[in-house]
Design a protein around this ligand. Structure first.
Ligand code: GTP
Ligand code: MG
Length: 199
């Protein structure tokens, strides 16, 4: 079992251009309310490292968290979610420009964890985002969230269905539950590897 990630909140940035130089970063990408901030808290085994909410749209800035020693320069960046229906069109545009600008231009970015709701599967917006991410030269790992919401008798079928819809190998999707800690240890190891922080 991989132990909790030592993560510390660094700062929130409205634009990628305002971030300082770092060693390496990975980004949490996904629909609003998919569980990005909850996953971050589970990785760190902390309840309130990142702000979570039942109301979509909790994360509105690029939120940077540093792994390991102070000043290590190894970051996880929690991005605002896409597809928050209640935001005005102008606001939605601003959020996606913020996230897309970061993903397209951020030099230290080593990879993306793309979160997909395991219970409801990829939405049209998820699939559009996959296509958009395909155009960037970045390793993407699919993380299915909220595994605890899928009835045990349905899990095998859900896993096969989700992988098929994502066009991924079944084993390539990392299933997780932030509430039950499912798959969190595996994800910690992956994060450490992607950030060059050792296993
Ligand atoms: N059952 C269950 N609920 C979860 C899980 N992860 C997150 N949730 C719930 O889903 C809701 C959204 O979680 P957040 O972590 O705030 O989602 P987010 O992706 O950061 O959302 P935005 O910041 O709006 O983009 C909250 O009510 C969480 O408690 C999980 O593994 N299982
Ligand atoms: Mg969030």
């Amino acid at each position: 079992m991989a132990g909790p990630l030592a993560l510390r909140f660094v700062s929130s940035y409205p634009r990628a251009e305002q971030m300082p130089a770092t060693e390496a970063e990975i980004a949490l990408v996904g629909r609003s309310n998919v569980g990005k901030s909850s996953l971050l808290n589970a990785l760190a085994q902390r309840k309130q490292l990142a702000r979570t909410s039942k109301t979509p749209g909790a994360t509105r800035l690029l939120n940077a968290f540093e792994l390991g020693a102070d000043g290590s320069g190894r970051w996880i960046v929690d991005l605002p979610g896409y597809g928050y229906a209640k935001a005005s069109k102008a606001e939605q545009g601003r959020w996606s420009a913020m996230a897309e600008g970061y993903l397209a231009d951020r030099a230290p970015l080593r990879g993306v964890l793309h979160l997909i709701d395991g219970e409801i599967g990829p939405t049209r917006l998820d699939l559009q985002t996959i296509e958009w991410l395909d155009g960037l030269d970045l390793p993407v790992t699919y993380v299915a969230t909220k595994a605890d919401k899928v009835r045990p008798s349905r899990r095998g079928a859900r896993k096969a269905d989700l992988a098929a819809k994502l066009g991924a190998e079944r084993g390539a999707v990392q299933w997780t539950s932030a509430t039950k800690n499912t798959g969190i240890s595996e994800l910690r190891t992956l994060v450490r590897t992607l950030l060059g922080a050792g296993a």
